[in-house]
Design a protein around this ligand. Structure first.
Ligand code: SF4
Ligand code: SF4
Length: 251
């Protein structure tokens, strides 16, 4: 994003809306630091900021590689060209009763790396993907982050993107349930190497008796979960393809 220096009157209205403090007054004009800006679009969105002079505009090349990744991962109003999914993750990862992606005997993992104010560098993201790849993880095909990898088996991000930074990105995959403990152990180990924060979404089906099989594993590793659910009243059913391929999906 860029501020037209001719139009800007230095009112400062836009400054607090930037989640990474990329906008600052220099003299009597606001300027945007190109390296810090994550192209989240907050400052230009008219329903958020109303620049009295219409001085903020998109820089030419904002949608070109490699800077385009900042936009696709940081601005929820954009849609990824390949996955066709708006935002940084896959569709409905948290509504398994609709998507049926995670069946009994499996776990779904979504690691949300970075947050506004901190962001996440590709170096941090790659630390996670390379570490998890050592366990033989198969990353979710329909996730925009997977499409930035030069080597999906090793979790290596393509060289052209390595200098980029985004508000956040989600590492997503499904794994057999018996891999849950080694995965979480690895995530705890990797957490100590990061310069940002992350949250871990764990998607797991209930057993017939109402228990959640993941809870004892979390307790053993000293991880305190916050059980969360979205309820979709008749709005969807697990996709038939998942049911057929995976032999049914109770969620
Ligand atoms: S809101 Fe507009 S005029 Fe005011 S400081 Fe920001 S860019 Fe300049
Ligand atoms: S696009 Fe986002 S990160 Fe860049 S200056 Fe505007 S609010 Fe800040």
């Amino acid at each position: 994003m860029v501020i037209d220096q001719e139009k800007c009157i230095g009112c400062g209205i836009c400054i607090p809306y930037c989640p990474v403090q990329a906008i600052a007054l220099v003299g009597k004009k606001a300027v945007i630091d190109h390296d810090t800006c994550l192209e989240c679009g907050n400052c230009i969105r008219s329903k958020v900021v109303r620049c009295p002079r219409g001085a903020i505009y998109e820089e030419p090349g904002i949608y070109e590689t490699p800077r385009a990744v900042r936009r696709f991962f940081s601005d929820p109003m954009t849609t990824h060209k390949v996955t066709k999914v708006p935002g940084r993750g896959t569709e409905e990862v948290k509504t398994n009763d609709v998507t049926g992606r995670v069946c009994r005997g499996e776990v779904g993992i979504a690691l949300e790396i970075g947050r506004p104010c901190l962001g996440a560098t590709m170096a941090d993201i790659e630390r996670i993907t390379m570490g998890l790849a050592e366990l033989g993880i198969k990353f979710e095909e329909c996730n925009p982050l997977t499409h930035l990898m030069a080597d999906r088996e090793k979790g290596i991000i393509a060289a052209e993107y390595k200098g980029e930074k985004v508000v956040s990105a989600i590492v997503e995959f499904t794994a057999p349930f018996d891999q849950l403990k080694p995965i979480l152990t690895k995530v705890k180990e990797l957490a100590a190497q990061l310069d940002t924060v992350f949250s871990l979404d764990l998607i797991c089906c209930y057993e017939d008796d109402g228990t959640l099989p993941a809870l004892p594993v979390l307790a053993e590793l000293g991880i305190q979960p916050r059980v969360n659910a979205k309820v979709n009243l008749g709005l969807g059913r697990p996709y038939k393809i998942y049911r057929e391929q995976k032999g049914g999906c109770a969620s």
